[in-house]
Write a protein that binds this ligand. Structure first.
Ligand SMILES: [Ca+2]
Length: 121
């Protein structure tokens, strides 16, 4: 994986397996949003099971095309070594009842205006 400065531009990583393995693709932070046709240039429809979102960014996934259907929001997470953390789309261990596994059809990746305030729990 190539190094990048995630404060400049964000890249979200998509995976077909919940442990961030299997088929994968990297999408850069876009000026607008990714509809199904744009996502399918690199990643299959209705097959997303895990993501890595850069710290300071927010990923919103939708079950239908063009940001419609149900939505789910993920904030970027990183570990102590500034590496992105693998997040399952459907995490039953956290009592997640909204099963978004293998349903993602469109999404947005946006940079938070104040990244310093993100993840301060
Ligand atoms: Ca879908």
């Amino acid at each position: 994986m190539n190094y990048y400065d995630q404060t400049d531009i964000g890249y979200v990583n998509f995976f077909t397996n919940p442990d961030c393995s299997g088929l994968s693709w990297t999408f850069p932070e876009g000026p607008s949003f990714y509809n199904m046709a744009e996502m399918e240039k690199g990643f299959p429809n209705d097959d997303l099971s895990a993501i890595m979102v850069p710290y300071g960014h927010t990923l919103t996934i939708y079950t239908d095309d063009s940001l419609t259907g149900e939505a789910k929001v993920f904030d970027g997470l990183q570990d102590d070594n500034d590496r992105m953390i693998c997040q399952k789309i459907y995490d039953e261990d956290r009592g997640d009842t909204s099963n978004f596994d293998d349903q993602t059809t469109s999404f947005t990746l946006t940079k938070n205006e104040y990244p310093g305030a993100v993840g301060s729990w």
